[in-house]
Design a protein around this ligand. Structure first.
Ligand code: NG1
Length: 563
């Protein structure tokens, strides 16, 4: 039997919940939600769904804000997920809908009453050129209106749909058009909590439109890796220039393993089992981080800062990262990973890049953290931040070129840039990820000392996110302190065994993840519930969804409903 690399495997199509969740016990916890979803679909649309698509959220163990610099990360899928029931709308049921039967029209409902019903359809403009015969009408790519100025639930559904339209329904007037689809969405990944509800929405939506249009029947069906790439591209349509970590975890994860996900030379995911006694506990700070709305001075600004840092370093090191375009120079958005590879001599060019050699990479990172990086500091004074003018001057590009390359596709709001601190975080964090992976892969050995090393790496990661990448939040730091104080608590088996605690995901609010000894999980959860002040007046039921243990779970799938 050939074992496919995880990213090359097909997207699974299941017919039992046991397969969907990877275990009977987990499936049993979710059966009622699935029943509700299918029943409600029928009552809202008057016909049964043909498929339910599922995409889980993820927790990132380590490797924060380095995926978009092309360094490897270490996430795991969680049990919480987004489910979408869907079915093509037949002409007879369409007649009952005032929305009609436009090609590819969508009636989208959400089980959560907060989110109102939405109806939309893709359009494409036809243009008749003078030079084309009438039967070769030119057709523009499909278009869906996505409002980036405010957070709207259906934007994520549209983002998923966009990719399906533009990859599978070519803009030609004679090719097939998408079918009208009814969908019903439900989910339990808390939004804005760093557990990737947005990626889960986009992945699940992409799958729903693929399934409703029968794209899984036949050779066109994308592999897991292709679905990840589509979902990353799709999510950018909502206005966030994300890396590929969340989508990889949501799509490729396998039960019982975290994933080491790397992006160079191409997407690769290595399932890695954590030490036997390791349990991850997520806790929600209750500070909602709205990534899309705050992207200008948070997420997207960090993407620009890390890319600009890479540009300045490549200029300083005299690396040939651009290509000639006639008499002009074609500028590229070089990443910190590429700068490192070129500096260390193991990066030739994009096509020719060898598979990742982790030993070389590790050496390169250590080397990079020397004084080369001082170039990112301003020339005078004690500050670490640099002005726009000085940044441009140190980039080797002229102002127009720099602004065109680094600011035209993305909206950011600041006058000064922390290139030095951001790049330091990226290189140090990339090194911690490699060390984390190595410890997990050691066979045998002392379990306790492995857990301690992993926990320390997680603690260091949090501190760097807070101080150098400035993406934590005072309440998240408070929650991390509460978690870490468990080690002072007498549990009856000795002091509480917490090995590490850190923010997870983009930050600026959201969840923490803590590494706890399996036998101490219950005591730890009680401790956090009691000590984190914002939990004070919450009901047990609400608390249970704020602090929970999670085992690495199964990735996305399509569930085929049979009569
Ligand atoms: P979340 O936590 O889902 O907002 C975001 C990015 C990731 C990664 C992390 C930070 C998206 C969809 N995800 O995650 O790619 O960059 O921040 O490590 O934008």
């Amino acid at each position: 039997m050939t074992v496919l690399p995880a990213a090359d495997a097909p997207i699974p199509i299941f017919t039992t919940l046991n397969e969907v969740y990877g275990s009977l016990a987990t499936a049993a916890r979710h059966a009622e939600r699935w029943d509700d979803l299918v029943r409600e679909f029928e009552s809202k649309f008057g016909h049964k769904p043909t498929y339910v698509t599922r995409a889980p959220g993820r927790v990132n163990l380590i490797g924060e804000h380095i995926d978009y610099a092309d360094f490897g990360v270490f996430p795991a899928a969680i049990e919480h997920d987004i489910l979408i029931a869907c079915a093509p709308r037949s002409a007879s049921t369409a007649a009952a809908h005032p929305e009609g039967h436009a090609p590819g029209s969508v009636v989208a409902e959400n089980l959560h009453t907060r989110y109102a019903r939405q109806v939309f359809w893709p359009t494409r403009s036809h243009t008749l050129g003078d030079d084309v015969p009438l039967d070769a009408v030119r057709v523009a790519p499909w278009h869906l209106d996505i409002d980036k100025s405010e957070l709207r639930w259906e934007s994520y559904v549209k983002a998923g749909y966009y990719g399906v339209l533009n990859h599978f329904f070519s803009p030609s007037s004679i090719s097939p058009v998408p079918v009208p689809v009814d969908i019903l969405v439900t989910g339990n990944v808390p939004p804005g909590s760093g557990l990737s509800s947005s990626a889960a929405m986009v992945v699940s939506s992409t799958l729903a439109f693929l399934a409703a249009n029968d794209i899984f029947d036949g050779e066109k069906a994308p592999t897991k890796g292709e679905l990840v790439n589509m979902a990353v591209e799709n999510e950018r349509r909502v206005g966030v220039n994300s890396g590929g970590m969340d989508q990889s975890a949501s799509v490729i994860a396998l039960p019982g393993s975290a994933l080491y996900v790397s992006f160079v030379p191409s997407l690769h995911a290595e399932p890695i089992v954590l030490p036997r006694d390791a349990v991850l506990v997520c806790a929600n700070s209750l500070v909602v981080s709205n990534k899309a709305e705050n992207a200008k001075h948070q997420y997207n600004l960090r993407v620009v800062e890390t890319l600009a840092a890479a540009r300045l370093l490549s200029h300083h090191l005299n690396l040939q990262v651009d290509s000639a375009d006639g008499d002009n120079t074609k500028r590229r958005l070089v990443t910190l990973r590429e700068v490192l590879g070129r500096k260390s001599g193991f990066y030739q060019d994009e096509q020719d890049a060898q598979s990742e050699d982790l030993v070389q990479l590790q050496k390169g990172l250590v080397n990079m953290l020397g004084n080369t990086m001082d170039y990112l500091l301003p020339n005078f004074g004690d500050r670490t931040d640099i002005s726009l003018d000085e940044m441009i001057q140190k980039s080797g590009m002229n102002e127009a070129e720099f602004k065109e390359s680094y600011f035209s596709g993305v909206d950011v709001e600041t006058t000064n840039f922390e290139l030095y601190l951001r790049a330091r975080h990226v290189f140090e964090e990339a090194l911690r990820v490699l060390q984390f992976r190595e410890v997990c892969l050691v066979e045998g050995g002392n379990e306790e000392s492995k857990l301690q090393t992993l926990g320390k790496l997680m603690n260091d990661s949090h501190d760097s996110c807070d101080r150098q990448f400035e993406c934590s939040h005072p309440k998240v730091n408070e929650l991390v302190c509460v978690a870490r104080s468990f080690k002072e608590l007498e549990t009856g088996r000795g002091k509480g065994r917490i090995y590490g605690s850190r923010m997870t995901g983009a930050g600026w609010g959201g969840c923490t993840v803590s590494l706890i000894h399996r036998d101490d999980v219950e005591a730890f959860i009680m401790h956090v519930k009691k000590k984190y002040a914002p939990y004070e007046s919450m009901s047990e039921e609400d608390l249970a969804s704020c602090v929970f243990a999670t085992e690495p779970g199964m990735g996305a799938c399509v569930f085929k409903l049979t009569e």
